[in-house]
Design a protein around this ligand. Structure first.
Ligand code: GDP
Ligand code: MG
Length: 830
């Protein structure tokens, strides 16, 4: 076997006689201190004296003396095996190795620093990450953009810095998956340095997370980001003093301009090399009662070596006192921890009796007390000007009675402008596409390619591009609302109502947007910080009836509901909303029962946005819509077109060409009548062809599934084509029910055809297909089922594939169930 590289191992992996050079000691501060006092420090060589697979402790020789380490301790020491030493001792190696390269590898290993970025959402972590590593990850002016981790490295001062950008969190408790994720990353990946990115304009809240990092006794550096904001406000902050108090070096940064980043990483290197004068472990004093509990619990924990090697005992004690259930589970997975948990329970009981509060609240209050105290020492507000104006505006904007109408007014204005202003460019684009397809249609010879390009591609993609102006305008307003800070107020106003549904105030915005188009609505869920809220909102957005579904309702209502038409339409929308409420409540119970997050509703100061920024934000959002959705729609329209187009060699039930010729020759008919007959003949032929096309076959195939809803195969096909986009439903119906659909008057034509439609096969042959009941069921089905491919793609992108698949199935199942109930129950009465 030839070893070609020197991997990093844990000391416990080495076998008897093997030598290793220590590259890193992982774990919390107290552990590292103890281990280094035993001689295990970076760069030293260790030899294994006795190590068998099940042996514990293991015996080592280091600096001339024999010491034994528990296996769990040896696990926390990273080593590399110098190849030359292996060769000397193990003669069965037949490769050749260069000592120089081994040295290089050791050198490199010693100089690799793993850095993790943690901090509140929107504190600038990704901006900092991008600037430092030269990457281009997405940054946003709203929270929750980083939902997964990003890793990259760069070199500075002779060191390799591996930087990980973690999701934003306000805390690292058990409240949300993000928080658990960050906590897990810190305790499992054991980054050498944790960088806590803090938003200077929100120091008090940001320091809460810092206080939790202090508890963990890990090596931290604070990036005091958005320092420009603080300076602009004219506040003065003696952060160097704060750094001394908390024992964590603080570097002021402006990540968006790259200021202070170099210094930040130099500080990180210094802390890593233990030569930073400020870095030390400082405790937060939680007050006599809590401290006594901590100390009693800590003594119990220290008896369990495995546990106290893995987590800093004081931290374990605090976490247990907070009754953090995820952490308790973790502790319980260590052997012999029953006593510890018992002591913790007793301490919690006595604390809660004393304070008449939940223990985690007691500890959080103590933390805020500490933060409040240190800030009073170090932070001086210059003037409250901006905050005061903001507060003055808010008196009106978030007023108990005025706030709501003002908000509705803004919304109304937004939609009004979106659709009224948007309709002009929409018409231009529409006629542009018309000209284009006419032009290309003329150039290309008739045939499959002609049909593919004109009907499949230009028809399909054109259908999407037409909506671009509306989307640009809608996004412009949304960006404007975000950038000024009004969006936060809107969420604030709606919060109470949304909370009743188990959602967040901010969920309201995507839901409202959903009435226009579900795709940007799904993308807008990004404004929600918490994953649970994001997912829950995404799941119910499809129940907001988008504008593409409207034409179907209009057609069916005008055909089958001669009276109360407006009311019928309203009822469809209302049923959508009602279902959304129910679905949200149910899914919250099923999927997120445990995650009731005490959330912070912040009201950032109002800002006057720059036009450039707002335009950039608008364009960002629109570009995604165009590229991602354009490609999905393109693919889907080509597929549906092809399914409806092939096979070409159909045996028709009658010879249409012969019939056409005989009409032409019939001298008894006037030209007008001939024309009508001929076009009807063409429609009949096209309908027969479609029935035999693949999509027609699919329609027949699903008849058993949709017959209980009172649907025929043509409705089935229309529904299937609607998978690509709901706009397509109506044009499919146009073709299937044998009416031309080019001008408005033809809607009337299609309407009549629908009324006359009978079943052409099956048990109900000859019976009328449509009646008000079937029409209503179909409208509900269109409302609820599979939103469209673009929406599913958006959910996949914003949440993940599983949620996308889940949405596909739950919506379709629900649609079926509702349409089934309407038809079956209705049939009993009508
Ligand atoms: P994350 O959620 O912590 O990853 O934050 P982002 O990196 O996405 O940044 C949030 C917003 O803050 C973006 O609009 C950035 O352009 C902006 N930003 C980041 N750093 C600074 C800074 O130092 N000063 C100012 N004024 N804005 C910043
Ligand atoms: Mg981010």
């Amino acid at each position: 076997m030839i070893k070609t590289e020197t991997p990093t191992l844990n000391l416990s992996n080495l076998v008897n006689g093997e030598k290793g050079i220590i590259t890193k000691v992982l774990g919390h501060g107290a552990f590292r201190k103890r281990i280094s006092e035993m001689g295990f420090v970076k760069g030293k060589t260790v030899t294994v004296i006795k190590n068998a697979p099940l042996q514990d402790p293991i015996e080592y020789k280091i600096m001339g003396s024999h010491v034994s380490l528990r296996r769990s301790e040896a696990n926390m020491i990273e080593v590399i095996v110098p190849l030359d030493s292996v060769i000397n001792e193990k003669t069965n190696y037949n490769g050749t190795f260069l000592t120089d390269s081994t040295n290089e590898i050791i050198e490199k290993q010693l100089k690799t620093i793993n850095v993790a970025l943690v901090g509140n959402p929107n504190s600038g972590k990704t901006t900092l990450f991008n600037f430092a590593t030269g990457k281009h990850e997405r940054v946003g002016n709203y929270g929750g953009v980083t939902v997964d981790t990003k890793e990259a490295h760069f070199d500075q001062g002779g060191y390799r810095l591996n930087v990980t950008d973690l999701p934003g969190t306000y805390s690292i408790s058990e409240y949300s998956p993000e928080e658990l994720y960050v906590r897990k990353h810190i305790s499992e990946n054991k980054p050498d340095i944790v960088v806590n990115v803090i938003d200077s304009s929100n120091i008090e809240r940001n320091l809460f997370l810092t206080s939790q990092l202090m508890d963990m006794n890990i090596r931290c550096v604070v990036a005091l980001n958005m320092y420009d904001d603080l300076e602009r406000k004219g506040d003065s902050f003696n952060y160097k003093e704060l750094a001394k108090i908390i024992g964590i070096p603080i570097v002021a940064t402006v990540a968006s301009k790259g200021m202070g980043i170099k210094e930040l990483f130099n500080t990180i290197i210094d802390v890593y090399e233990s030569r930073n004068p400020i870095a030390r472990h400082a405790h937060i004093n939680y007050g006599t009662n809590i401290e006594e509990s901590i100390s009693r619990l800590k003594n119990e924990i220290k008896k369990n070596k495995k546990l106290s090697d893995s987590f800093y005992p004081r931290y374990t004690a605090i976490k247990l006192l907070e009754a953090d259930s995820a952490f308790i589970d973790q502790v319980a997975s260590f052997p012999d921890t029953a006593d510890i948990l018992l002591v913790a329970e007793n301490e919690i009981n006595s604390l809660e009796k004393e304070y008449k509060e939940k223990s985690d609240t007691i500890i959080a209050d103590a933390k805020y007390g500490f933060i409040h105290g240190v800030l009073r020492e170090t932070y001086k507000h210059k003037e409250l000007n901006k905050i005061q104006t903001s507060q003055a505006i808010d008196v009106i904007m978030t007023h108990k009675y005025l706030g709501f109408p003002i908000f509705i007014l803004f919304l109304w204005l937004m939609f009004q402008l979106t659709f009224s202003v948007g309709s002009y460019p929409m018409d231009w684009i529409d006629s542009g596409i018309g000209h284009l397809s006419g032009l290309i249609g003329d150039i290309l010879p008739a045939g499959s390619l002609h049909d593919l390009i004109v009907d499949g591609i230009i028809g399909g993609v054109g259908g999407v591009i037409v909506f671009l102006p509306n989307i640009l305008i809608l996004f412009f307003f949304i960006s404007l609302m975000e950038d000024t800070g009004y969006m936060a107020r809107a969420a604030f106003i709606m919060d109470k109502l949304m909370h009743k549904m188990g959602l967040h105030g901010k969920s309201f915005i995507p839901l409202i947007m959903g009435f226009g188009c579900n795709v940007p609505a799904i993308m807008a869920t990004r404004t929600l910080e918490i994953r649970k809220d994001r997912i829950l909102t995404m799941l119910i957005v499809p129940l907001m009836s988008c504008s593409a579904r409207l034409p179907v309702y209009v057609l069916l209502i005008s055909a089958f509901f001669p009276t109360n038409q407006g009311l019928v339409l309203l009822s469809i929308y209302m049923i959508g909303i009602l279902l959304a409420v129910i679905v949200a409540l149910v899914f919250k119970k099923i999927f997120f029962a445990k995650e009731d997050v005490p959330f912070v509703m912040e009201l950032p100061p109002y800002r006057i946005p720059t036009l450039k920024n707002t335009l950039v934000h608008m364009w960002d959002k629109s570009l995604q819509y165009l590229t991602k959705m354009g490609t999905v729609i393109l693919a889907a329209s080509i597929i549906i077109w092809a399914l409806g187009y092939f096979p070409r060699d159909i045996e028709y039930s009658k010879d249409y060409d012969k019939e056409a010729a005989s009409i032409n020759l019939n001298s008894n008919l006037t030209d007008d009548v001939k024309e009508t007959h001929l076009s009807q003949l063409e429609i009949d032929k096209e309908a027969e062809r479609l029935e035999n096309s693949y999509i027609g076959q699919i329609g027949h195939f699903i008849v058993p599934a949709i017959a209980p809803l009172g649907f025929d195969w043509k409705i089935g096909v229309s529904i299937i084509t609607g998978l690509a986009a709901k706009e397509i439903v109506i044009s499919s119906m146009g073709v299937l029910y044998q009416a031309e659909l080019s001008a408005d008057e033809n809607t009337v034509n299609l309407k009549n055809k629908l009324q006359e439609q009978v079943f052409t096969s099956g048990p109900r042959i000859g019976e009328k297909v449509f009646n008000p009941l079937v029409a209503y069921g179909m409208m509900l089905f269109i409302l609820i089922y599979f939103p469209c491919v673009a929406v599913i793609a958006a959910i996949k992108k914003e949440a993940n594939g599983n949620w996308a698949i889940f949405t596909m199935f739950y919506t379709t199942a629900l649609a079926w169930l509702i349409a089934f109930t309407v038809y079956q129950v209705g049939s009993l009465f009508l």
